[in-house]
Design a protein around this ligand. Structure first.
Ligand code: PEP
Length: 246
C-alpha cells in the first residue's frame, strides 16, 4: 500500500473543502485507487466537517498534531487524541519538524504516539535532520535517536514513518536519489529491529511535486509521500499521484 498524505499546515477555511472534494472525485475513479490511500490533514478547525463529509468516501482525514495527554486536562488550547478521534479523524501526524522546533521532545512525542494509538488514531511519525546535522554527517544518528520514540513496540500497522529532511521542507531542494535510497534503507533497517523484522511504511516528505515525483518512484523502498505546499491545490496534488503511476 502506498500513501499520499496532504498536510495543509495553517491553511484552510470551510469552503476549502472544495479542494478535497476534487481530490476525492479523482481518487474514487482512478484505476490505480486500490494501490494507495489518500489522507488530508486540515487544521483542527476543519476536522469535524471534513470527517463527516468524507466519512463514506475515499479520502481519509487526519490531524496535524495532538497533545501529549489523553483525554481532558487544564492545558489551554490543547487538543487531545481523544478529542480528535471523537470528531472523526483517523490519523494524526506526530513530531512534524514545525512542532519539534516549537519544543516537542522525545518524551512528549512518546506520550503523543501512545495516547493517539490508544484512541484509535493511526500515527504518521515524522523524522528528519536539519541542514547543520546533514553537513556534519549526523543524519543517521539523528534519525536513529528520533526513531527511539517508537521503541515501545507498537503495532506496525498503526504506524507510518515520514522521513522529512528539514532542509527540504518548503525549499524546493530534494535529496539525491542515491542519498534518499541509502537513508530509506537505513530507516527501514532500524525500524525492522524494533518491529519484529517488519518495517512500518516509510514515506518521503519535502518539496514533493508533480515533476520530481518521477524520480522518487524509482525508489521502491519509499511507500508514499507527505506533501505540504502542493496539497493546497487539488491539481498539484492529483498531478503527483498521476505522475507517480504513469
Ligand atoms: C511538510 O511540511 O510536511 C512538507 C513536506 O512540506 P512541503 O511539501 O511544502 O515541502
Amino acid at each position: 500500500m502506498r500513501y499520499f498524505i496532504g498536510n495543509w499546515k495553517m491553511f484552510g477555511v470551510p469552503k476549502s473543502i472544495n479542494i478535497v472534494k476534487k481530490i476525492n472525485s479523482f481518487y474514487s475513479k482512478d484505476k490505480n485507487r486500490k494501490k494507495y490511500r489518500v489522507i488530508i490533514t486540515p487544521p483542527f478547525t476543519l476536522i469535524e466537517t471534513f470527517s463527516k463529509y468524507f466519512k463514506n468516501k475515499s479520502v481519509c482525514i487526519g490531524s496535524q498534531n495532538c497533545y501529549q495527554k489523553e483525554q481532558f486536562s487544564s492545558n489551554t488550547a490543547a487538543i487531545s487524541p481523544y478529542m480528535i478521534r471523537s470528531v472523526g479523524a483517523k490519523y494524526t501526524l506526530v513530531g512534524h519538524s514545525d512542532n519539534r522546533s516549537e519544543g516537542d521532545t522525545n518524551e512528549m512525542l512518546k506520550n503523543k504516539v501512545q495516547f493517539a494509538l490508544k484512541n484509535n488514531l493511526k500515527v504518521v511519525f515524522c523524522i528528519g535532520e536539519n541542514k547543520t546535522e546533514k553537513n556534519n554527517k549526523k543524519t543517521f544518528s539523528v534519525l536513529k535517536n528520533q526513531i527511539k520514540v517508537l521503541e515501545r513496540k507498537f503495532n506496525k500497522n498503526n504506524i507510518i514513518v515520514a522521513y522529512e529532511p528539514i532542509w527540504s521542507i518548503g525549499t524546493g531542494k530534494i535529496p539525491s536519489k542515491n542519498e534518499l535510497l541509502k537513508i530509506t534503507i537505513f530507516i527501514k533497517k532500524v525500524l525492522k529491529s524494533i518491529f519484529n523484522k517488519k518495517s512500518p511504511a516509510v514515506l518521503y516528505g519535502g518539496s514533493v511535486d508533480g515533476n520530481n515525483v518521477k524520480m522518487f518512484k524509482d525508489i521502491r523502498e519509499i511507500d508514499g509521500f507527505l506533501i505540504g505546499g502542493a496539497s493546497k491545490s487539488s491539481k498539484k496534488f492529483i498531478d503527483i499521484i498521476k505522475n507517480y503511476y504513469r
